[in-house]
Design a protein. Structure first.
Length: 759
């Protein structure tokens, strides 16, 4: 275990002399432009306090009802309010959802179409909409930093659809809430009930200024909720990331080239997971999502992993589907596994072929379903265990996909079709070799026999021994998890090395492998398809454009203006910004990860002459114009693709001296990946609880760049702090052997360090 002591030295050890400059550790400044900026908080001193009735009248002119439009009308409702700026409405991001049409209703009954999502922040759950309307009455934005416990507040919203409801309360606390892993957000705890429909409504102080947005309902009591501080909204308004509604409707939507939905429901896709929500239009809430990919002729198999939000629901595989009412379904339902043949639109044409208890099914977890259809038989497996096999020839051919029923919310991943999807058994010699390696981790094979002898003596001793055994087993479980992670990371490391050793590495695949290094759930192929969908969308527009500057402008417009990719300003340190899969999902990232998306889109479009430029503290995209070698132009991907000259960039980055010529050379895929690893390393070094991750990043870095003394030195120090003295000694020995140019005094220090590690 690596301890926190000594970690404060590492920023010095990993200083500017290290190759592969990392990104800056604070958000880059925005480019000079004229964004919509909320006015500063009005001074409250001397202002007249308002009564709840006065504020209710004031808020009613500014409060709006926000409706999500589904296929058959409204299927979501929340609140929002008018803020300073041309046609701007503030609300919560969860109120507007994704890929849904939106409508805003004003207090006077006018209904307005949303023309753009002006700004969003997923981590702060904030969204700003733009509508076209005159005579809107904005609420003044206050200063949430001066809010104190006990302050009187008034809130307004649309609880349970009861529009324009007002409630008075107090700020009961200001506290940090963990809304995601490793992400805590300061929120106002208000003694105000929050119900469905209230989210996004304003919280006003006694002077009538907005200090928060109703966001979360307390799980402990009905009369308590949480509001997002308004200062987070004001920061978001400083750097908006507008997306036209035509583009917003595509975020999270299924790719129509891969999936066809039948009988409604709401289907969306994130991180390789397809989610089904809301009942379908079919009888019993039935809905299908069929793969466009054809199934093999003759015997075929289909498989998917599914997780239900409630085990009383029903969702799983559909197969032999005709695109209408006829198909088979194999799915968990009410705690059992069911195989049904659907021959028509209602229950009178449905035949339940099997409805069985399945011990291998795991409630509340991911479960893999697999079916096989041959000429006469249908067979079903759950988590590799055969649970049903019967003769039925009612349906054959067609397509395969997903099905859901009732009001079930279900997640699906790893859908496949093929001739044979059964897991292939490992060769016996491999099993023996792997088991032998595992046994080396699980030492002391006589423990069970020792425990049995103690159990026979007396109960007190038995309980003591059982507790000891349990602790040892728990330790073994931790060791096995560490071994599993180590095997995964070694596999990814070798894949990443292999990719970077190619003559023309696939930068996107390499970046996705880096994300997979930390999260085995990242599906490289799925995200590659996602980026390809962007490429396919913009490709027709590029056909008539030949000049490189115009092509670059088109790519910038497509990514930043039309699709809302933007630099992360308010949550810059979040690790998600360094993972290319999350950047593709959230359209938010660091300069280098946004550059990877840009470069890969350009490469797949066949736009030559576009490359990465690793400036100190900021990665950018570059291209040259004019006669060879041409003038270097830069694309600042963090600032909406703003075009910069070298002098512009130097001024923006506060560079006191001209950039070295080496900095301006096109960055290789290898250099880009090393820089991305260093970003993750820097993040890990700032968190004492992630010191083991820091060692893993250094291991990965040195596998790719083994001749790096700075990283070697840092790993030696971390290994020593973590108790791995042999590993530290190995690194110090390398430093001694490969540091002939060091002064004698430093050689002596290395020798003493090496000797101390042997003691």
């Amino acid at each position: 275990m690596i301890h926190a002591r000594g970690l404060c030295l590492l920023p010095l050890l990993l200083g500017a002399e290290m190759p592969g400059q990392a990104e800056e550790t604070s958000p880059p400044k925005a480019a000079a432009e004229a964004p919509v900026v909320a006015p500063a908080a009005a001074p409250t001193t001397g202002m007249k306090e308002r009564t709840a009735a006065q504020m209710a009248r004031m808020m009613r002119r500014s409060l709006v009802t926000i409706r999500q439009r589904g296929r058959d009308g409204v299927d979501g409702l929340g609140s929002g309010f008018v803020i300073p700026g041309e046609g701007l409405i503030a609300t919560n991001l969860h109120v507007i959802g994704e890929a849904r049409g939106l409508e805003v209703e004003l207090g006077d009954g006018r209904r307005l179409e949303v023309v753009a999502v002006h700004a969003t922040d997923a981590h702060w759950d904030l969204a700003v909409l733009r509508v076209v309307a005159k005579d809107l009455k904005p609420l003044p934005l206050g200063d949430s930093d001066v809010v104190e416990q006990g302050d009187r507040v008034v809130a307004m919203g649309n609880p349970q659809g009861l529009e324009f409801s007002v409630v008075e309360g107090v700020v009961s606390a200001v506290r940090e809430l963990e809304i995601e892993d490793d992400l805590e957000v300061p929120m106002l705890q208000v003694a105000v009930p929050i119900e469905q429909g209230n989210s996004g409504g304003p919280v006003l102080n006694r002077w009538g200024e907005v200090v928060g947005l109703l966001t979360l309902k307390s799980m402990r009591t009905e009369n308590l909720g949480f509001a997002m501080p308004v200062n987070a909204l004001k920061r978001l308004l400083e750097t908006p990331n507008p997306v036209p509604m035509s583009r917003w409707l595509t975020i999270g939507a299924l790719d129509a080239r891969q999936w066809q939905t039948v009988m409604g429901s709401r289907w969306s896709q994130h991180a390789g997971v397809i989610r089904a929500q809301t009942p379908g239009d079919g009888f019993g809430g039935r809905a299908l999502c069929l793969a466009v990919e054809p199934v093999p002729a003759g015997p075929m198999e289909a498989a998917v992993s599914v997780k239900l939000d409630d085990e009383s629901g029903a969702a799983g595989l559909a197969f032999c589907a005709d695109g209408g009412d006829r198909h088979y379904g194999f799915y968990p339902s009410g705690g059992k596994l069911r195989l049904t043949r659907f021959d028509g639109p209602d229950v009178y044409s449905w035949t339940i072929l099997a409805d069985v208890e399945v011990p291998s099914y795991r409630d509340g977890e991911w479960n893999q379903l697999r079916v096989r259809v041959d000429d006469t038989t249908v067979t079903g497996w759950v988590n590799g265990v055969e649970v049903v096999k019967l003769d039925d020839q009612g349906l054959r051919g067609g397509r395969a996909g997903l099905c859901k029923f009732r009001d079930t919310e279900a997640d699906f991943r790893q859908f496949r079709v093929g001739k044979d999807l059964a897991p292939k058994p490992l060769p016996p010699e491999v099993v023996v070799r792997v088991d032998g390696q595992i046994d080396q981790v699980l030492t002391d094979a006589n423990r069970a026999r020792e425990a049995a002898r103690q159990l026979a003596e007396e109960s007190v001793t038995a309980r003591r021994r059982i507790a000891e055994r349990r602790k040892r087993i728990e330790m073994q479980v931790r060791e096995l998890r560490q071994l599993e992670l180590a095997v995964h990371r070694e596999d990814v490391t070798q894949q990443l090395k292999g990719e970077l050793e190619k003559k023309s590495p696939d930068l996107l695949r390499a970046a996705l492998l880096l994300a997979r290094f930390d999260d085995a759930r990242v599906n490289v192929a799925d995200y590659s398809k996602r980026l390809q969908s962007l490429v396919d969308e913009v490709k027709p527009q590029l056909a008539a454009v030949t000049a490189l500057p115009a092509r670059v402008r088109l790519i910038s417009q497509f990514l930043f203006e039309e699709n809302g990719f933007h630099g992360s300003r308010h949550d810059y340190e979040n690790r998600a910004n360094s993972y290319i899969n999350a950047v593709l999902e959230d359209r938010e990232g660091l300069p280098i990860t946004l550059s990877v998306v840009y470069l890969e889109v350009a490469r797949r479009l066949g736009v030559k002459g576009v490359f990465g430029v690793g400036l100190p503290g900021r990665f950018m995209v570059g291209y040259r114009v004019g006669k060879a070698p041409g003038e270097l132009r830069l694309v600042d991907v963090f600032n909406k693709g703003r075009s910069l000259t070298l002098s512009d960039a130097a001024e923006q980055l506060n560079a006191g001296v001209p950039f070295d010529a080496e900095m301006l050379e096109p960055a290789s895929s290898r250099a880009i990946l090393l820089r991305m690893i260093r970003n993750l390393l820097s993040s890990a070094l700032e968190d004492a609880d992630r010191a083991e991750a820091a060692v893993a990043y250094l291991d990965l870095y040195l596998e790719i760049e083994p001749d790096s003394p700075s990283e070697r030195f840092a790993r030696a120090r971390l290994r020593q702090l973590g108790g791995d003295r042999p590993g530290a000694r190995e690194d110090v020995a390398w430093l001694m052997k490969n540091s002939d140019d060091l002064p004698p005094a430093m050689h002596l220090q290395l020798q003493r360090w090496y000797q101390s590690l042997a003691e």
